[in-house]
Ligand binder design. Structure first.
Ligand code: NAD
Length: 495
């Protein structure tokens, strides 16, 4: 069977998917008259519209989340786990359709979308289990006659805002730990890619108790902002750009709300002459151009020892040029789809232009192809000078830049010379050097001789301007709970 046979089925399904807010377990109409267009970035064709919600819609969603909170937060972790397992079962049963919708709305190859849907299910299942084995310090007697213990409680109603690059996966990275910990939430998916979330809501309406997961559609500047300010929201969680992170943190500060931020990245790969260069380049091509480079941990920046620079560039250019670019919905050989929008493509092109003004050279790519859809080719830039925009800012597109170094300390300093601190990797055959350097790289995830491998059991979290929230792992669960110190008399005076 041709794997792409699911694509027309998904298009047909998208014709009927409900494009409304989801409040208190029901799709709900909006008071807004403004509609936002959703686009297939591979063709530029419309996938219909969604409403741009209003603050009244946010009020209704927060009220629904709040009224569902007492019952949900009092359920045992085991009972909550049953609900999350039921949602994961729905995801698994509809994985092909959900992947196809993701492929159509983001313009990514179906196989890549299928991997993400598997992660959605895995995250739900992991958090369901993890909530049942939450750890706290052992109860103990720290004051005469009093037993101290820690009660781990949900924070309350969480506002969650998610990006367009991995729509359902990023939503699941919020929904799963937030619900597993006993909170309820109002989610605002990206207005560019709301379709997979809407489809999942239709599919899970029978298994999710009303009010646990509420969704308000619309623009970040309105809905994200209204959530951040809302007195009924106890905590904000956002995955997105630095600018949105700052906006949410500012608004939340007035209400002294907790904020959980997963922001941008600019991952360097520090390459020594003894590295396996074939493995390096294979990984670079796979993880630098995956999702058209629109991945916060993408391998975007090679900090390469001078001795192997020419070999690395030659192999990387060959790898970049070997990628099949096109509409992933029309040809299953496509490895490089479009970027998300015309505006985003223009931003990428402007950054490449600026890099060239700053002295960089285009080794391959760098020209917008003359075709429909928002395509940008796999690009390699050399001679990128330290400290320039290309060396420090996130491109979020299929552009890999190459810088050079001569000694270890210079290489480490260059790799660290970026405000983001999400992820990095070191490439060397010398295990001692790898260990030494892992220690000195200032990033939340550091790989040796690989890149972009992650596990649901381990935290995905950045340092510096990449934010301070932790997705995945039991740390995420912890982030969505609060600790209450309970002291009980040991001598029976409580009777
Ligand atoms: P974005 O910041 O433009 O949008 C993210 C979400 O925030 C969207 O839902 C958007 O509507 C909303 N938003 C925008 N302005 C807002 C505001 N003022 N207040 C509240 N919400 C607002 O980001 P994007 O373009 O959708 O996604 C790309 C960015 O996300 C990149 O910087 C990327 O690195 C980052 N990202 C980070 C991770 C991570 O795990 N650290 C994962 C995926 C994406």
């Amino acid at each position: 069977m041709n794997p792409l046979e699911i694509i027309p089925v998904a298009h047909e399904r998208l014709r009927t998917v409900r494009r409304q807010h989801f409040i208190g377990g029901r799709f709900a109409s909006t008071s807004s008259t403004e509609a936002i267009s959703v686009t297939n970035p591979a063709t530029g064709q419309s996938l219909g519209t969604i409403p741009n919600g209003t603050s009244a819609d946010v009020d209704a969603a927060v009220a629904a989340a709040r009224s569902a909170l007492p019952d949900w937060s009092r359920r045992t972790p085991g009972a909550r786990a049953e609900t999350l397992f039921a949602v994961a079962d729905v995801v698994d049963a509809n994985a092909g359709l959900l992947a196809a919708v993701e492929s159509i709305n983001v313009g990514k190859p179906l196989a890549a979308a299928a991997e993400e849907i598997a992660v959605v299910s895995d995250c739900l299942r992991f958090m369901a289990g993890a909530a049942r084995s939450a750890q706290t310090p052992a109860a103990g007697q720290y004051l005469p006659g009093l037993l101290s213990c820690i009660k781990r409680e949900p924070v309350g109603v969480i506002g969650a805002v998610t990006p367009w690059n991995f729509p359902l996966m990023m939503a699941a990275w919020k929904i799963a730990p937030i619900l597993a910990a006993g909170n309820t939430l109002v989610l605002k998916p990206s207005q560019l890619t709301p379709l997979s979330v809407l489809l999942l809501l239709e599919m899970t309406a029978d298994v999710l108790p009303p009010g646990l997961l509420n969704v308000v559609l619309g623009r970040g500047s309105q809905i994200g902002d209204a959530l951040s300010k809302h007195p009924g929201i106890d905590m904000m969680a956002l995955t997105g750009s630095l600018a949105s992170g700052r906006a949410v943190a500012r608004q939340a500060a007035d209400g002294i709300k907790r904020v959980h931020l997963e922001l941008g990245g600019k991952a360097p790969l520090l390459v020594f002459p003894d590295a396996d260069l074939d493995a390096l380049v294979e990984t670079l091509v796979a993880t630098g151009y995956t999702n058209a480079g629109q991945d916060c941990g993408a391998a975007t920046r090679v900090v390469c020892h001078r001795d192997v620079h020419d070999t690395v560039v030659e192999k990387l250019v060959a790898g970049a040029e070997s990628l099949v670019m096109g509409d992933p919905g029309a040809d299953d050989r496509v490895q490089l789809g479009p970027v998300i929008s015309a505006a985003h493509r223009n931003r990428i092109a402007a950054m490449v232009e600026q890099a060239c003004s700053d002295g960089a050279k285009i080794a391959t790519g760098g020209e917008i192809p003359d075709r429909s859809g928002f395509f940008y080719p796999a690009t390699v830039l050399t001679d990128v000078a330290a400290g320039t925009q290309m060396a420090r800012d996130e491109v979020f597109g299929p552009v890999i830049s190459v810088e050079t170094f001569t000694d270890e300390s210079e290489g480490i300093a260059k790799a660290n010379d970026v405000d983001y601190g999400l992820a990095a990797s070191v490439w060397t055959a010398d295990q001692r050097r790898a260990l030494r350097i892992v220690d000195q790289l200032d990033f939340g995830t550091v790989w040796a001789n690989t890149h972009l491998a992650f596990a649901t059991e381990m935290p995905w979290a950045g340092f510096g301007q990449s934010g301070y929230g932790r997705d995945n792992s039991t740390y995420a669960l912890e982030d969505y709970t609060r600790t209450k110190h309970v002291l009980l008399p040991m001598d029976g005076t409580a009777d």
